[in-house]
Design a protein around this ligand. Sequence first.
Ligand SMILES: [Zn+2]
Length: 648
Amino acid sequence: MNIRSVIFIVLHICFAGKMLQAQNTYKRSDVLSRQLLQYDVNLYGLDLNLTNQSNYISGSGTIKATVTASKMDTFAFELHQNLIIDSIYINAKKYLVSSSRTNGEVQVKLQNALTKNDAIKAVIYYHGNPPATVNTWKLGLINEVDPKYGVKITHSLSVPYSAYEWWPCKQVITDLADSTNFYFTVDTSLEVASNGKIMSVRRNNKDSFKSHIWQYKSKNAINYYLVSVAVADFKENKYFLVETGKPSVFFQDYIYETPKADNDGKNVETVSKDVMRNHRDLFGNYPFEKYGIVSVPLSGGMEHQTMSAIGDITDKYLLAHEMAHQWWGDNVSLVSFRDMWLNEGFAKYAEYLTAEKLYPADAPGMMQNNHTNAMSKFGGSVYVSDTLVFDNLYDGRLVYLKGAAIIHTLRFLVNDDAKFFGALKSYQQKFSGKNVRLQDFKNTMETETGVNLDVFLRQWYYGQGYPTFALTWNQKDGVLKMRSIQTTSTTVTKVFKTPLELLVKRTEGDTIIKVFQDTNTNYFYVPIPGTVTGITIDPNNWILNKIKPVVHDINLSVPKSKKSSGYNFRIYPNPTQQKLYIDMPENALGLINEKLKIEITQLDGKVCLQQDFSFPKTELDITFLAAGIYFLSIKGENVNFREKVVKD
Ligand SMILES: [Zn+2]
């Protein structure tokens, strides 16, 4: 989902007041919650009559499921009390439900209790008007005139807990339906956009062919909140993305049939193909049977599976955002909305990736804008602690903007795009059609990239705020001395341990070096030839940060004991039986011209192996050594590093 105006969200939070806040929450009874967990949904079916004149709805919803509890004597589901249930058939037996309900919880006492692995087929016949929108969120099933195009439309927004406002379902995100089969009957002047592939559009002989019936079907797993429908006078546009060596992607867009919409939508096909090409290069093959967009009067968009709802069809980054969700949120679902970052952070970052590849002039400004907005307040975490308050789930500043910024940071930490995007692809492939926890993402990234995410997540994801750097420097005898003092915007995260890029301006030409800040005050001592004239901190906006003016202090002295503090070579695996790898430290680019000697010695000082260090990584074969403890040292003009290694 994307809300285009961050400022609007902020205002909404500030002025909406308590009542609106209360409406923006969702709560169901513990009893129903337990009953919903007694079965696993296999299929959602809909057979609905819809119009664009009102949000009146009639027809049926089908839930096919398998009992997971040892005994189930009540079949429960959710359907808003505005909708009148005419009858329910469960495994072909008819049940009557009281026509007046006080809430959306429906519990049907079964004539015969079911047991584990039994199949259930429930068909719920109902009719009525879903609740009209109560606030700025156009939730449920809304009928309105699109103010921009003057087109009458009925469209759904089921996220995060409004599916039950228009169809019978189980709003539990961990229970993906394995497939869907939808029939929508509408007037022949109207078109229907929904999930999956169109199987048929046929004239309805039951009403003298005044209406037609659209069948949409999908064999892909789907979350309840991604089920959608939009009904209006649309113009269909079908096309393919064909690339050698890759599966073709079929597109089917529905844009209002008006001259203005036609004109606004003239670039949609080109943009969609370009973005699809880039997204699948970065995230892996497109996961579904088709992709499409449909015009709707939303101020943003929504990633309905295989059919994104788009407010502004001229906004290429909105198109990129919702398409990215087909991977981030749709192909891979969440176990809990707490980890909304895995949906919205990545969809937001996909906007940046789109700029980086397709519209590179936009990219730096976009990331700068993310940073400025993310740091417009001191605190707040990307992690969502209360998932029942909508404004937390869709917090533009934290989940989206800070969320996207820290993915950029993660890419910086991995420091290898092939590995970073390779890991994203593995994750998408491994968890396709499944629900994930943050831990699943963490494990995959760590395995694929070799980078430990503990500190990253602790400070940037669960932690709060951002660092501010105050850098003082001096250059003497070809050595750049720096003191970096880091303060943080909240006391929740007291220090951000992070690599930091510094653009060193020299009369001989600028160069970028990397240092690693691991305490509030760090000294760095980097041999740099030429004459340094200034330093820019984090020129590529890899990490959220503010800076104080960089100071050139000719009296800056660096304590002797701190000289080599930053040079932490990474030795791994340790212990080992054969190969030992040594990675250059993050802050040692200035060492590239220095000759470094590696030595492995026994505890008594006897030298067993000598080798030159080759940048940026050296491999040692210690198969020949007897099992035991050794010292590995790396020495050079500015380096004196020693670490214990264990030969298994
Ligand atoms: Zn989104």
